[in-house]
Design a protein around this ligand. Sequence first.
Ligand SMILES: Cc1ncc(COP(=O)(O)O)c(C=O)c1O
Length: 402
Amino acid sequence: MLAATKNLSLSKSLSLLEDLKKELNQRKVDGLLRQRRLLDSPQAEHIVANDKPYLSFCSNDYLGLANHPALIKTMQQAACDSGVGSGASNLITGHHRYHDSLEKQLAKFVKLPAALLFSTGYMANIGVLGALVGRGDAIFADKLNHACLNDGGYYSLAEFNRFAHNDVAALEALLKASTAKHKLIAVDAVFSMDGDIAPIPEYLALCEQYDAYLYIDDAHGFGVLGAHGEGSLSHFNLASPRFIVMATLGKAAGVAGAFVAGEQVVIDYLIQTAKSYVYSTPAPPALSATLSAAVSLIEQGDGLRAHLQYLMATLKANLSLQHWQLMPSNTAIQPLVVGSNHAAVALSEYLQSMGILVPAIRPPTVPVNTARLRISLSAAHSEHDVITLAKAINKAEKGLTR
Ligand SMILES: Cc1ncc(COP(=O)(O)O)c(C=O)c1O
């Protein structure tokens, strides 16, 4: 028996492992190999990564809540009274009062009838698209949508149509031609690598004309846009039963997780059918208690959002560039397009050598030849931090494009 097993293992090809190795090497050659940094500090504007101090423009902690003392305290207290684990899925015994009250608070905050928590935004998008539409239905997705909206679309088995970025006419042509039973437009509200905002009012008009629904991924709008940080719907002052909104809670809210909000019937249906909700253990209740406090800070955070706006203006006013270009964004995501993968990596490495971290974003995350630095501003940054970054980029352009 032992000998047979030995022979069997000897005869096995290791082609998969060899292919993986080749692919990784190719990524390295193409300047596409991604690497993790080891963080030894809380997420903040000044961090310690790989044992060195840096000024960071990498995080989506747009309001600077990830290391907020009041939230840390809330999490400690909530862990004392609710433990550290949820123990079972929501439909067994995992649905804690902290989860429930956060859902109610979020629904009220975004002015939609009901909300449902998911462990991450990725899980929410996969679960919701997979549950709401299927064979015979159609999804219409912006080409620059986040990867998890695409994955949700493929997973749903609905016909998956992609249209050019923010192109209302192209979307209308697709809707007009569609014979699908149910039509769902799915878009990022704020595009994660571009920082621009989807034309949501125009999409809503199309929904009304073609009996479609609008699924909005507000990962980068929640907490930042709107009268008091409610997100993109508040930014445009829109309400409709055709909206289903997903927002993540690990970005401006500073903690982790995601929620989906919409009509009560949509949420009731998702509780029964969204597989990544039904068959998954929810995040610990203490996270929900912390998030409740974070949502209150968002609501009271007009000063933080005003400072963020000031930092955007400061960055734009202090960059003086000949070759590279900031994309036209009025959100906390300020991408600087550099072009080639190697140029983006060289710029990111140059800034790193000056003690500043800004990630280089390359294909397939962004289209070929539009590699960029994704500058993420946070209310935790000071004016001085942003001027330091702008000066370093100005200097880098002179040195690297000579
Ligand atoms: C637009 C968008 N949607 C969804 C997600 C996924 O959210 P999470 O990080 O909570 O999984 C991200 C995360 O980067 C995102 O940028």
